[in-house]
Design a protein around this ligand. Structure first.
Ligand code: CP3
Length: 350
């Protein structure tokens, strides 16, 4: 088993910098697009053999050091009573949005074994077949609430913030239920064989630090506290434009913080108190550039990231559909080769 990724999460020495890409299973791959002509995302997820295959495709094609479960942050919310679809070119669309105290009251606890057995079965298959660690994931409470309350993807999060500012009691009840859902769901993933977990809080950077502290932070902390007895590495990804929130994360019981590209790696380390491994943070659109430009950015990140132990090469946000498979493969090889040379010639290893 290639455990380079897990070692970097724990800030142990590695022979070269581990690489994976957020949204690495996806539409930039023509073979994936062929599968998508036949099945929707949710239909793939309900077929464990196929979902496992889609999870493994980027590992084989890109040479990455970790796999991320093929699923979506919306998957578990069906189990708590949310009726949704993932609509092509839009994203998650909710048929019964959560807008009132009564809507929150009717949400049930998640039942991973009863309602999401197909996800657990996919993890069990991957646990047998993968040669790299499997990362499973859940959506963080704010990011999930932004879909459940708005009813669809939003740029302003107006309804979400209206509930948050206007009815804090209902807001905290909703966040508490979503936090408990994430914790129970990820615990079931760990029992099925996931080797690391990532909490995606993609849109929480839309909040000011004082609002993050008042309305979100206790619930994110609750998730990691509920998982504290599990020894597997835990990653918090506070999403895009989250640099100002980083100083609030110092006490989080996680091992790795994901950074977006606006925050230099060393600054991300400093703001979070120096106790986390860092993951990131190439601007995904750097991948539109010629290979020599991409490599220059990769060198900059590896040079900065390997100054201290605990660096995982990734993007600052997910891959976009037009990304090039060939460039991604070449980038992975380049980061491996450049960092291997650097780490073997220096005392400090990451
Ligand atoms: O490769 C991987 O990273 C694993 C699979 C994965 C998906 N979604 C599959 C997916 C992961 C980790 C996610 C997480 C996810 N889903 C996030 C957090 C990460 C991020 O990008 O910020 C969010 C916010 C969602 C919600 C979501 N799902 C949106 C906004 C969309 C539509 C936008 C888009 O990219 O199309 C989806 C659909 C979705 N989830 C797709 C995939 C591969 C694309 C549509 C499809 O192929 O059916």
């Amino acid at each position: 088993m290639n455990d380079r990724f897990l070692r970097a999460c724990r800030r142990e020495p590695v022979d070269r910098v581990p690489v994976w890409y957020m949204r690495q299973a996806g539409r930039y791959d023509p073979d994936y697009r062929k599968i998508k002509e036949k099945y929707t995302l949710l239909e793939i997820c309900r077929q464990p053999e196929l979902a496992a295959e889609v999870t493994m495709m980027p590992v084989r094609k890109l040479g990455v050091d970790a796999a991320i479960l093929y699923s979506d942050i919306m998957n578990p919310v069906a189990s708590i009573g949310i009726d949704f679809d993932i609509v092509k070119d839009i994203g998650p669309v909710i048929h019964n949005p959560v807008r009132s105290a009564a809507d929150v009251d009717r949400l049930k606890p998640v039942d991973p074994e009863g309602d999401l057995g197909h996800v657990l079965e996919t993890i069990r298959i991957l646990d047998r077949e993968l040669g790299v660690p499997l990362i499973s994931f859940a959506g963080a409470p704010f990011t999930l609430a932004s879909y459940l309350v708005e009813g669809k993807p939003s740029k302003s999060y107006m309804r979400t913030k209206a509930l948050m500012y206007g009815d804090p009691e209902t807001w905290h009840k909703l966040m508490g239920k979503l936090a408990d859902m994430a914790a129970a769901y990820l615990r079931a993933h760990a029992a099925a064989g996931a080797k690391a977990v990532q909490l995606f809080d993609s849109w929480v950077g839309s909040l000011a630090p004082h609002d993050f502290a008042a309305f979100v932070q206790p619930h994110v902390e609750s998730i990691f506290a509920q998982l504290a007895d599990l020894s597997l590495p835990k990653i918090y990804f506070p999403g895009v434009s989250s640099g100002e929130l980083l100083p609030l994360l110092t006490d989080l019981r996680a091992d790795v913080v994901g950074l977006d590209w606006r925050v230099p790696l060393s600054e991300g380390r400093r703001r979070t108190g120096g106790r986390f491994a860092v993951q990131g943070n190439l601007d995904p659109y750097v991948l539109t550039a010629p290979m020599d430009v991409i490599q220059a950015h990769a060198r900059r990140l590896v040079d900065e990231g390997t100054r201290e132990p605990g660096f995982i090469f990734n993007l600052g946000h997910g891959l976009y559909p037009e990304a090039s498979l060939d460039k991604l493969r070449e980038l992975t090889e380049y980061v491996h080769a450049y960092s291997a040379q650097k780490l073997s010639s220096s005392e400090v290893s990451s």
